[in-house]
Design a protein around this ligand. Sequence first.
Ligand SMILES: NC(=O)c1ccc[n+]([C@@H]2O[C@H](COP(=O)([O-])OP(=O)(O)OC[C@H]3O[C@@H](n4cnc5c(N)ncnc54)[C@H](OP(=O)(O)O)[C@@H]3O)[C@@H](O)[C@H]2O)c1
Length: 357
Amino acid sequence: MRRVVQFSTGNVGRHSLRAIIGRPDLELAGVHAASPAKIGRDAAELCDWGEPTGVLATDDVEALLALKPDCVVYTALAETRPVEAIEQLSAILAAGINVVGSSLVWMVAPRHAEDWVREPLEKACAAGGSSLYINGIDPGYSGDTLVHTALGLVTRAESVAVQEIFDYGNYDDAEFTGAAMGFGVAEDAELPPLYLPGVVASMWGGQVRSLAAALGITLDEVTQRTERWFTPERIDCTMMTVQPGEMAAVRFATEGVLNGKVVITMEHVNRLTSAAAPDWDFPPDGHSGVHRVVVEGDPRIEINTHVSHPVLDPTDAGCISTAARVVNAIDWVCDAPAGLVSVEDIPQTAVLNGLLW
Ligand SMILES: NC(=O)c1ccc[n+]([C@@H]2O[C@H](COP(=O)([O-])OP(=O)(O)OC[C@H]3O[C@@H](n4cnc5c(N)ncnc54)[C@H](OP(=O)(O)O)[C@@H]3O)[C@@H](O)[C@H]2O)c1
């Protein structure tokens, strides 16, 4: 039995919290909440779980560390507050507590992450004898496990292209995804963070470099491209209302170049409605989203992943899968040698144990 603290209960965190409460091999030791409206409430209320847990949400990080859990599941928004998140994660790790999480997406490929984010976390793991594992669906699954699976089916590869094509209209995250990607922002307004030089390559570059290293190639360079689509008509969706002239779709990619040719592409195509950006790629067969890999080689491989749910929206299904990527690894990470854990360190079957509950 692993004793676990859930840190935040947002889009991803409420699903990891449900899994921690539900799984018989995990025990919920504590829950962190930043919002005053959540503090003091039972964990069950924060994730629509039927039975009270008796575990009340707190913003007292010291008190949560004093519970000495085996692991913290960290899903607090981190990309808008990376310095604070690194400090918070470092304090947990230095206290000897393992962390799995979806935040700080730079750390999805930890050995290829930039020094500013990797080094302090590496030091904290060493100080506490603890381990840190960050993953998700994208970045994460589509650029690592999915790609590794596809490449296992070819004898020769010419190029690897990963795509997330997803409708974010129902993603209730105007604060980060919306603002950072520039949804609802006019063309002549100040450029949103994603379009500043190097930002896309910084966030997805680690996965590109990690794949290049696994393929045994040395890339000439890692580049980025971004393109925005502005709606001629008003759009109302869960994320926000978009006025005519404002951005309602984006596509961006980080690319690995070898001998002048793009051989690795990690691309996003994100819309707020299927009517947006009609000339860009759509998911196949009427799906609202796809996580896809295409390997050109011998033979050509294409694998399309569609997450869905009988009750919830596909965006929520994607958040459940993001939670799954890390919650399922808790047991292995708790037994791992101290340090930064990368997806390839974890045997593929080790994350299956305990899933049938
Ligand atoms: N790789 C992937 O596939 C993937 C997919 C989805 C998300 N993510 C990442 O996972 C993280 C969570 O995403 P999300 O959609 O769940 O985010 P979210 O719902 O927008 O926010 C998550 C939580 O962050 C907490 N928070 C906000 N400001 C805080 C602060 N100053 N201090 C402490 N906590 C704070 C809030 O906690 P309270 O509710 O307690 O106030 C909020 O619920 C993000 O970093 C995101 O980039 C990765």
